[in-house]
Write a protein that binds this ligand. Sequence first.
Ligand SMILES: [Zn+2]
Length: 450
Amino acid sequence: MPFFFLASAQNDDSIFISRIAREILVNGKAYEDLRVLTKTIGGRLSGSPQMVKAEQWGLKTLQALHPDNAWLQECMVPHWVRGGKDQATASYNNGKPGQKIKKSLDVLALGNSLGSGGKVVSAEVMEVKSFQELEARKNEVKGKIVFYNYPFNPTFIRTFEAYGDAVGYRGAGASMAAKYGGRAAIVRSMSESTDNNPHTGGLHYDSNYAKLPAVAIGLQDADWLSEQIKKGKVVVDLTTNGHFLPDTIGHNVIAEIRGSQFPDQYITIGGHLDSWDPAEGAHDDGTGIVQTIEVLRVLRALGYKPKHSIRFVLFANEENGLRGGNKYAEEAKARGEKHILALESDEGGFTPRGFGFSGSEAQYQKVLSWQPLLCPYGGCEIIVGGGGSDIGPLARTQQTPLAGYMPDSQRYFDLHHARNDVFEAVNKRELELGAVNMAAFVYLVDKYGL
Ligand SMILES: [Zn+2]
């Protein structure tokens, strides 16, 4: 292919992408959609009445954009409820026997954790910095509350790496404490925030051990607790109320525009509609939801006729079960739908940085060649490795290449799964520029394939 031909193709693409950008930045609906989702529905954990409302809102909002099809895809979802207020009070004496000082700690029960059964767990707190330290001191654990004080590693520039490094304490800490006779677990929040908000998130019990109450603690309180333990014994009274109701019906909300040349080949783009209960689920993952809807809106507004069929999916139950993502991949496989790419936005609605990509080397090189087209809108970094929890099952069942929209990550864990993940924390321009990059990416994959 002569150079001028390539150059003119690139020019056509840059013109079309500039039209995408103009339409989103001038007429965008993502911010207003986000306001409705967060302020009129709010937190929407699987099984909650808010999640039912969110599904109905999602379907109605997608249908209003006149896709070729829109429907609800049923899947059973777990139904965990917090069950009441989580409370923790520390008692200590500052080295003066007979004195008893009390301090209330800001905690949130971890998702999927079982409560203290209507009683108060009252026990001495034992701090460990790691699972290795827990192993080394396992004989001291019996009867105590184990406090995992493992901080985010500040030297990771991409904060998701620090999250990946630390999150095992949230996931497995309670069962590891139970293994050695502990009575509960307190986990340093998965955050580097300077405020004191605790950050919840799912845990997984090992069925071999007792299912202990487990909470996340805010970072200021975590640092205080650590300092206090250095001075002497600290007892914590802990009350949590989490429990499971029977599994219930949830739905992925799906819209589709049919491809003109390859209608049986699919590009899926999405985020997850469910969110943790203490907040509004704005950055996690309301922004991914409204960006997904905005991509449909802009393609319709510009009269774009895709070659491949494009699916817009608001996934169910990412946070505490992944049943939506699993169901979607299962049905795609059962129907023999070939997915050529899946793209997820689930890293917040901050300023665009680029995309993470998981596929073959040749596919990666192709995506990398689009960098000059994405870069003017902030999406300059095209890195190896990326995707999203909800689309992961497609890669496992049919080796679908995955892409993850990658915004700036520095502020995400200040609010991830915490009460400050609210609408006000989202910037309209940043949100919209994310949608511009996602729409451009989908357009390029549709036009050139992978
Ligand atoms: Zn998420």
